[in-house]
Design a protein around this ligand. Structure first.
Ligand SMILES: [Zn+2]
Length: 214
């Protein structure tokens, strides 16, 4: 379970001034705990935000059967509107909200990567989480129903030695969605759906079952 971004390069700043790294760390920790409750061994990569490089992330996952990198989405600068929140000059965009997933065709096991992404997306949608169409403008769909896109040149995905998925939990520049993404109870529900999807995918029976269901 890779925590996207670092303390030095913490990613986008939310509409209310929190870094993407902080969002990523909170959710990733909950997913690890949820996986462990399901009887799987899971480890956080970059929990301290001090990982030295992008390549080091898949290197740390060398022993894993599956790698998932947790991120939160932002929007292009042209869509941002300045506002002030608690005396801070910040910006927001309420245009898009929702989660999305990415896989790389350069990963050594794109078929299982996509299968796992679809399993996660399906669990989330069944639980009421709504995916975003935002990334369909620029990233080809691998599975449009579950908002899964090809993003072939993501280092963490193509340098992985196992199936790998990058998850964008939602758009932190969106003022309403940011509040949902900060809500611990909702984080927990999202983490449990992700963990259940991963478990279905990585356990031998689950993987075989998903392949039969295709
Ligand atoms: Zn990110």
């Amino acid at each position: 379970m890779d925590v996207g971004h670092t303390l030095d390069a913490p990613g986008a700043i939310s509409a209310r001034g929190r870094t993407e790294f902080e969002f990523n760390r909170a959710l990733a920790g909950r997913v690890v705990a949820a996986l462990e409750r399901l009887g799987l061994r899971a480890e956080l990569i970059n929990a301290d935000g001090r990982i030295e490089s992008l390549q080091a992330r898949p290197e740390r996952a060398a022993q894993a059967v599956f790698l998932i990198s947790i991120h939160h989405d932002s929007v292009g600068a042209q869509y941002l509107t300045p506002w002030e929140w608690q005396g801070m000059a910040l910006d927001f965009s309420d245009l898009w909200s929702g989660h999305s997933l990415f896989v790389s065709r350069r990963n050594p096991d794109i078929a299982t990567s996509l299968l796992c992404a679809s399993a996660i997306g399906a669990r989330l949608q069944r639980a009421g989480f709504v995916p975003t169409e935002k990334n369909g403008r620029r990233r080809e769909y691998a599975d449009a129903q579950h908002a899964i896109h090809y993003y072939d040149n993501l280092v963490v995905l193509y340098r992985a030695q196992q199936p790998a998925v990058l998850f964008e939990a939602g758009v932190i520049k969106h003022r309403d969605e940011e509040l949902l993404l900060r809500d611990p109870e909702r984080q927990q529900r999202m983490a449990e759906e992700i963990a259940t999807g991963v478990a279905a995918c990585v356990t031998a029976g689950g993987l075989a079952g998903l392949r039969r269901a295709e």
